[in-house]
Design a protein around this ligand. Structure first.
Ligand SMILES: [Ca+2]
Ligand SMILES: [Ca+2]
Length: 280
């Protein structure tokens, strides 16, 4: 194989990887605000609905110091989140159709993740990583989905800006995967039981490298009348603040990536490499 041919194949491979990466960056997150209606108690200074577009925050401030987004220190800057207020709502268009998948490549059948700024509260700041949780700060909103903005379905037993708080780092301090859900079974876990006590360390371990958020399965929806239903795909997501529960804040909405997505890229490179070897 000539050096020129090697370079050409390498360039094509790099192009394929970068093209897929770019597509993922825009298609996996909300790209447009369809509607934003503020409720009465929306937080002052947090009314830029465009803060909910694009990727969820990985970094914020701890007082004035740069800090990673964690389950105890969520995104809270005005550029990162938008406040809905009692009875307010926010409707977003996703960058691509969120297809309802329920196969082994999509963990737990989860198709969509909604990131807010809920956080766990610890019993003390001394020995912080082992200090038991005493509560969660949450301001829940209903999650509705639609293929066309005409017919909306509500995610059953799922609320935005509640469980699970966002965690940008895994247990080893590496970036967590914002396009992969936590096990939805954790949503009904008793995080405030005393045996075993739940704290930062074992909570982050339970995330298994995912970043939290509220997981939505398009197979587990309700009609406006409350009857079970499902959608083959959704393009729009609406977060509706529940009056009387504080003002919901929304950071971002993501579609879940199929687990072997990276494997497809590796497979492509492998095929190209084998082809190149064959022609040497
Ligand atoms: Ca699904
Ligand atoms: Ca945001």
């Amino acid at each position: 194989m000539t050096l020129q041919r090697s370079r050409t194949i390498l360039a094509l491979a790099c192009y394929a990887v970068s093209a897929l990466a770019c597509r993922a960056a825009s298609d996996d997150w909300a790209v447009a605000v369809v509607a934003y209606v503020r409720g009465a108690n929306a937080a002052n200074g947090y009314t830029n609905a465009h803060a909910a577009l694009g990727e969820a925050a990985r970094a914020t401030l701890d007082w004035n110091e740069p800090a990673a987004v964690t389950v105890i220190n969520p995104a809270w800057l005005p550029s990162q989140i938008v406040s809905l207020g009692d009875g307010g709502y926010l409707a977003l268009e996703m960058g691509a159709d969120v297809v309802n998948e329920d196969d082994p490549l999509h963990p737990y059948g989860v198709d969509l993740l909604v990131y807010g700024n809920a956080l766990f509260g610890a019993a003390s700041t001394a020995g912080f990583y082992a200090a038991p949780w005493v509560g969660i700060s949450q301001e829940p909103a209903e999650i509705w989905v639609s293929a066309d903005t005409q017919t909306w379905c509500r995610a059953r037993a799922r609320m935005a800006d509640s469980f699970m708080p966002t965690q940008s780092l895994d247990g080893d301090g590496n970036p967590s995967d914002y396009l992969r859900p936590v096990n939805p079974a954790w949503l009904t876990n008793d995080w405030f039981e005393t045996e075993p006590p739940w704290s930062y360390s074992n909570t982050v371990a339970a995330y298994e490298g995912a970043a939290g958020g509220c997981p939505v399965d398009l197979s587990d929806l309700l009609t406006v009348a409350g009857a079970p239903t499902n959608l083959a795909a959704a393009r729009y997501v609406k977060l509706v603040d529940v009056a009387g529960s504080g003002s919901t804040e929304i950071d971002a909405v993501a579609r879940v990536a199929p687990v072997p997505e990276g494997g497809v890229v590796c497979g492509l490179l492998l095929v190209m490499w084998c082809s190149a070897r064959h022609h040497e």
